[in-house]
Design a protein around this ligand. Structure first.
Ligand SMILES: N[C@@H](CCC(=O)N[C@@H](CS)C(=O)NCC(=O)O)C(=O)O
Length: 215
């Protein structure tokens, strides 16, 4: 069987998620850099989003579907638990992050810094100030969640943690995000512990512009 191909560019949080799954399970894979809507992406994802995956003649889109396939098709540590409550909590946190928190922290907050829609190309202060309180609330929610068992879904590492770490990586590089994470002692400790995993280190994206030193 040929190697798994993860198609998408390295800065994408969701591409990093798919790569982290490969790294955690020691799945040999190739990253094929492609931006959203590139022909090779659009051929697999109906809306042109990254990542998409190819494994031999099998093509797949959507990060969680890709992760499920990789988790079931390859040996290595299970990233989606099967015990009912643990499985459901994992799903719950993936859903909360993908349906809401990603929108606040990445599509609204991060993008206001790195892809501002301002005339002068400077960070969109209005958008940043508007989203900052929501960002603080959602970071607080994550802080309380990991305070219980040290992970998002209870007391063991799961795909829910893989799914959120690339988001936190970016958010802590900008002042409001860094302050919110620093205020959450459990989340700060969680981030430091999980950032030490080889899967996270081996998938570090190139630095975004306008970084501040994280606290
Ligand atoms: N639901 C998708 C979301 C993927 C996604 O939003 N990827 C971004 C890059 S991080 C993208 O392709 N954006 C381009 C667009 O939405 O048109 C997944 O889980 O794979």
């Amino acid at each position: 069987m040929p190697n798994v191909e993860i198609i998408g560019f390295a800065p994408s949080t969701y591409v990093r998620v798919a790569r982290m799954v490969c790294e955690e399970k020691a799945i040999p894979y190739e990253l094929k850099p492609a931006p959203p809507h590139a022909p090779e992406v659009a051929a697999i994802h109906p809306f042109g989003k990254i990542p998409v995956m190819r494994h031999g003649d099998f093509e797949l889109c959507e990060s969680k579907a890709i992760a499920t396939y990789l988790d079931l098709a390859f040996p290595g540590p299970r990233l989606f638990p099967t015990e009912p409550r643990h499985a459901a909590l994992t799903e719950q946190w993936v859903s909360l992050v993908n349906s809401r928190i990603d929108g606040t922290l990445i599509r609204t907050y991060l993008f206001a810094y790195v892809f501002p829609k301002t005339d002068d190309g400077k960070p969109d202060r209005k958008a940043i100030d508007a989203v900052a309180p929501v960002l603080a609330e959602e970071i607080g929610l994550l802080d309380r969640a990991v305070a219980k068992g040290g992970y998002l879904a209870g007391d063991a590492f799961t795909y829910a943690d893989i799914n959120v770490m690339p988001i936190l990586y970016y958010v802590r590089n900008f002042p409001e995000g860094a302050a919110a994470i620093a205020a959450g002692k459990s989340l700060s400790a969680y981030y430091d512990r999980l950032a030490d995993r080889a899967s996270f280190k081996n998938t570090t994206p190139p630095p975004p512009p306008q970084q501040v030193k994280p606290s």
